[in-house]
Design a protein around this ligand. Structure first.
Ligand SMILES: [Fe+2]
Length: 345
């Protein structure tokens, strides 16, 4: 096993260890409405992770200040959304910004890896992130339009933020994703973002998107393998567990990490991941000319928060995403989906 772990963690903490975890009254015993969720996920990710995620969702959902890696969360400050829209109207930027948000670009990027098995040379991953599909009724159509014209990829990864709001109903986002997925022509894997509830996972998986909750899967081709791992939201809910995600990945195997936010770059590098794919920052979404972001909502260097980057031996790409948050407007920061090609070399 990789990552110098002398004793692999068991899938669930021992009963004695579980008793030591602080547990809110809301999650100590699953509510009847969460019973199906526990039945779906507990055998896979363990009761501890489920209790933690649900407990933090119940106690801290949609806070503007505190909780998470950054102190201020503009996405949770719902009263400012209308003011921002009004300000952009006054600046004559509103209508153009809405048009920009619906013109999704296809970007191409290549990762070069010395230890890539020959069988995976040319393997291509479609990366979509920050879909926020229920932000506006016509946004799924914009994504469908661009996906319909994209061919030649082997895998699709969705790095979180399926829902527009950070709380409340998610049925509209799931329904919109159900419209989009038929236009994705490969198996799809995903992770949750800070806008997503773990309660969405059964519905997402019923649609065919396998959500990686501090888990890894083996991708095989020509008798060889690379490993795809994913962590639960590391930005707001901080439910990530890299050790658990990396456990089971052999030393020297090529490994790709999905993390909603790039803020985990340092830990991912020293956990020996080769590639990290992220989103979350939207590249700023509303930027000054020259693509200068006003805000990135991440505790990470700006170089890590948009496009390709490298930290030590870890290569990463932080996509600006296909969707929008707070307001359905983009300025000087076009939305994108990305085709990542793996090359040996
Ligand atoms: Fe987002």
């Amino acid at each position: 096993m990789r990552r110098a772990m002398s004793t692999p963690p068991s899938p669930q903490p021992a009963s004695g260890a579980r008793a030591a975890f602080p547990r809110s009254s809301s999650t100590a015993t699953p509510s009847p409405s969460d019973s199906a969720l526990y039945a779906h996920l507990e055998p896979r990710i363990g009761r501890c992770h489920l209790n933690q995620r649900l407990g933090i969702e119940n106690d801290f959902e949609a806070r503007v200040f505190g909780q998470g890696r950054t102190f201020f969360h503009i996405e949770n400050w719902y009263s400012i959304h209308g003011l921002m829209r009004q300000f952009l109207r006054m600046m004559w930027l509103h209508d153009q910004g809405r048009k920009n948000a619906r013109h999704i670009q296809v970007r191409h990027h290549t990762f070069f890896l010395k230890n890539l098995p020959v069988a995976f040379d040319g393997y291509t991953i479609l990366h979509i992130t920050d879909l926020h599909l229920d932000m506006a009724a016509d946004l799924p159509d914009a994504l469908i339009e661009v996906l319909a014209g994209v061919e030649g990829y082997d895998l699709c990864v969705l790095t979180g933020d399926f829902r527009a709001q950070t709380f409340g109903p998610y049925a509209a986002a799931i329904k919109a994703l159900g419209r989009v997925l038929p236009f994705i022509k490969s198996p799809a894997y995903g992770v949750l973002g800070n806008h997503d509830s773990i309660r969405m996972v059964p519905a997402l998986e019923d649609l065919g998107v396998r959500i990686l909750l501090n888990e890894a899967v083996r991708l095989e081709r020509g008798g060889k393998a690379v490993y795809l791992a994913g962590i639960d939201d590391p930005h707001y809910y901080r439910a990530d567990n890299l050790e658990k995600a990396a456990d089971g990945i052999p030393d020297h195997a090529v490994s790709i990490l999905l993390s909603h936010s790039p803020e985990m770059y340092r830990h991912a590098a020293y956990a020996n991941f080769d590639i990290m794919l992220s989103g979350h920052t939207h590249g700023g979404q509303i930027c000054l000319p020259g693509r200068i972001p006003l805000m990135l909502n991440a505790k990470a260097p700006r170089a890590i928060c948009r496009g390709p980057w490298r930290y030590q031996s870890l290569q990463g790409y932080t996509s600006v995403g296909s969707g929008v948050s707070v307001v359905d407007i983009r300025l000087n920061c076009p939305p994108e989906i990305v085709l990542h090609r793996l090359r040996r070399g």
